[in-house]
Write a new protein. Structure first.
Length: 372
């Protein structure tokens, strides 16, 4: 798979006869340049040079070349695989970007971008191997873009995933002001026959791993609620220290290393990343046809951010559970006899774990207790 880190629309090759100076001597008209059209090649080159150390910090076994070529190479055998199956995921950060842009607090959304992709890969049983990003804006702000991509590198390093390429596009006329957009692409691998979910059965336990907050879903509703509240992003946060904007921009938690360790220990039958659709929609994705789950809402304490959102927005519990993670960012479906040991291992790795309930006969998610 060939990839590269370059600046789309930041490379320009002159054809014979094109004007290269400031003046067309035959017509008297001013000659055009790419910079005059709004694209700064030098800024793109400066960005690439700045982020090279960040990308280098994510190197792992299997990476064969650094940035700067026309493609990034990855050797699966050097990564330790004998009969690998590749798994790919792509995602974005959604309208959480709007808050980051409006507050200028952009360094965390790169971590969000990585998390949204690699947390999905581990639900298939795959180890994230390498990552590519796409950053698009009207006019490249080297410092701001570097903060974003350095955040991507931090997320990759924390996930054992190499940042081996990407795309930086400066596109005047497509974006306005300081707006930008992000997309991420992750590739992972697993040995053939090791895919999840597998062997999920009645009586399996559900282990819930705590989230860091809202993560990267539901922000169109979050922004409506904040607007209704009358608070600005720089207002004191109602449920935590610091500003409201900074609290909502807390990066998505990365579950890669502890969950992969649990999978390799044995007893994990499935994993669900709790993103858009919440517990209601994501847990059933790992269940065989005809099976459901019973989830005890009293098994964890609803984090303050979700209580505030529910109160300010007048949001019913079923809508909260279908929109937000409500404090549970990942659910593992595990063998009943291994649940205690796996929970202990996950806690030792730094996770906050609760036993949410069990797999049961009959499709659907059945909640008991109260969301409070």
């Amino acid at each position: 798979m060939a990839v590269q880190l370059r600046c789309t629309n930041l490379s320009y090759r002159l054809r014979p006869g094109e004007i290269t100076g400031d003046e067309d001597m035959t017509s008297g008209k001013s000659g055009l340049t790419y910079a005059a059209a709004g694209v700064d090649i030098d800024a793109g080159n400066a960005l690439v040079e700045r982020i090279k150390p960040a990308a280098k910090s994510t190197d792992r076994p299997g990476v064969m070349a650094g940035l700067g070529g026309f493609g990034g190479l990855f050797d699966l055998k050097a990564a330790g695989y004998d009969d690998p199956v590749l798994v790919a995921a792509t995602d974005g950060v959604g309208t959480k970007l709007r808050i980051a842009i409006d507050t200028g607090l952009v360094s965390g959304v790169g971590v969000d971008l990585v998390a949204m992709c690699v947390n999905d890969l581990i639900c298939q049983g795959a180890e994230p191997l390498f990552f590519l990003d796409y950053f698009a804006t009207a006019k490249l702000d080297v410092d701001g873009a570097a903060q974003v991509i350095e955040g991507i590198a931090r997320g990759c390093a924390q996930s054992g995933c190499a940042l081996i390429g990407g795309e930086t596009a400066e596109m005047p006329g497509m974006y306005h002001g300081g707006d930008f957009d992000l997309a991420g692409f992750a590739v992972g691998a697993m040995e053939r026959g090791k895919a999840l979910p597998a062997d999920v059965r009645v009586g399996d336990h559900l282990l819930g791993l705590a989230s860091n907050g809202v993560h990267s879903n539901g922000f169109s509703l979050v922004r409506r609620i904040v607007d209704r509240s009358g608070l600005g992003w720089d207002a004191p946060c109602p449920w935590a220290e610091g500003t409201l904007g900074a609290a909502l921009l807390t990066p998505t938690r990365l579950y890669v290393r502890p969950v992969l360790a649990a999978i390799r220990t044995g007893g994990v039958h499935g994993a669900a990343h709790i993103t858009g659709g919440g517990l209601t929609e994501n847990v059933p994705r790992v269940l065989p046809e005809g099976l459901g789950v019973e989830i005890d809402l009293d098994s964890w304490v609803l984090p303050g951010v979700f209580g505030w959102l529910a109160q300010q927005g007048g949001i019913a519990p079923d809508e909260m559970l279908k929109t937000f993670n409500c404090g549970i960012g990942m659910v593992l479906v595990v063998e009943a006899g291994r649940a205690v040991a796996l929970a202990d291992d996950l806690r030792a790795a730094g996770e906050t774990v609760c036993n949410l309930g069990e797999v049961s006969d009959g499709p659907g998610v059945r909640f008991c207790g109260s969301l409070a």
